[in-house]
Write a new protein. Structure first.
Length: 187
């Protein structure tokens, strides 16, 4: 400890080597604290510069495609919250089953077909693609149900979507003919 005291005393008693050279000590203001700790800068010089407007490039924002983003979020949800995912699926299946039991086989599929017709009116191209997929699914499901004994799974068959739509169109045409005859009894 005494060695440190001696070094400090020697540093204080040492003379400045610049003192004999005739150079002045630079004037240093005491350090300010707080927001004003930085020194004041000189005022900016007035320089005329030709300012031009920056060009805005039309860059499209980089967005990932929706399908991979949704699939990755679904995979993440299955990994992080499997109970939530399976709970939502379980509740959805029971809601659809409850609607099916409440409306019955014919009422359920008639309403499903009405929803399909509404969608076909809005987006015919996508509805045709969806119709083909549903028809293929119905055929595959029927192939699975054909393996069971006759009469045991009759309520599980899916309707033939193409045939139901054609039957509905024939029924609508027949109703139109009947209403026309009611309006004009002489025909």
């Amino acid at each position: 400890m005494s060695a440190i005291k001696n070094v400090m005393a020697d540093a204080e008693s040492a003379t400045d080597p610049r003192a004999g050279s005739g150079a002045e000590k630079p004037s240093v203001a005491p350090r300010r604290l707080g927001r004003v700790a930085f020194p004041d800068l000189p005022a900016a010089e007035a320089v005329e510069v030709e300012a031009r407007k920056p060009r805005r490039r039309k860059l499209r924002p980089k967005r990932p495609p929706a399908r991979p983003a949704i699939l990755s979020l679904l995979a993440l949800a299955v990994v992080l919250r499997p109970g939530l995912v399976f709970g939502v699926l379980f509740v959805t299946v029971f809601i659809v089953l409850g609607v099916f039991l409440a409306l019955g086989y014919d009422g359920f599929w008639q309403r499903a077909m009405a929803l399909g017709r509404w969608y076909a009116g809005r987006r015919p191209e996508r509805a045709a693609m969806l119709h083909a997929r549903l028809d293929a699914l119905a055929m595959k499901w029927d192939a699975v149900l054909d393996r069971f004994p006759e009469g045991t799974v009759d309520g599980l068959y899916l309707p033939d979507f193409g045939e139901m739509a054609a039957a509905e169109a024939r029924h609508d045409a027949a109703l139109d003919r009947r209403f026309d005859r009611l309006r004009d009894p002489e025909a």
